[in-house]
Design a protein. Sequence first.
Length: 245
Amino acid sequence: MTVGVKGGARVTFTFDEQIAALEAERDRLLQFPEDEFIAIIRDVGFSCDRCGRCCTREFNGHVFLLEDDTDIVRQILPDAVIPAPYFDACDQEGRFYVSGYALRTRPDGSCIFLKDGMCSIYDRRFSICRVYPYMLHREADESGAVEWRQISGLNEHGTYNNPIEDAECARIFRETVAYEAAFLNQEIRFRQALRDLFAREGLRYVRRTYDRLMREFRNGALVDVRVFHRGRFVEHRVRRDLYGR
């Protein structure tokens, strides 16, 4: 089982329920009308003005890395990856599980690759950085209604109402869908692997253990985290201060 949110309350879902929901979400994503998204891109007319705000923890929380991006980071700076926050599950032995890695930030919350307001690895920047601020996934608004979101941080950075050629709009659409599909596929494979691991090793999700360890983690305790990467779980021990929170 994993922890989720439904109707504003935390609930638990079986792995199969989570997998089915993610597969349905992926199907909806792949069926999203290209012309509708292109019209939104054209209407918004976003252009980056190199403000650097999207490269900070304060603005974006954390940068989740797809597996290919994790491998790229490790080639450049091995200690720049950390277990992604918001752990997905916990077993009765007190080990957390999470679906991938995130990018470490500096103490001030800025990306470790941000230098003088510019990306120092721009030609090798990561998938989410290439498509940002575009997105194509469903999430709940303030009232709890789940709708499609296409633009992140609207009117909070960059400039708008700039002309964008049709070919560029189409490229943005393709890259955004590819990123979102890759993210969902990674989440699906993680839960499939977690389901199989729990069945094979006689593990089970214990909500009380999850809540207790999360309290201890928030208070500065070391916790064990198994990170899903390339089909296996990699063990780590982490403290909250690793995340600058």
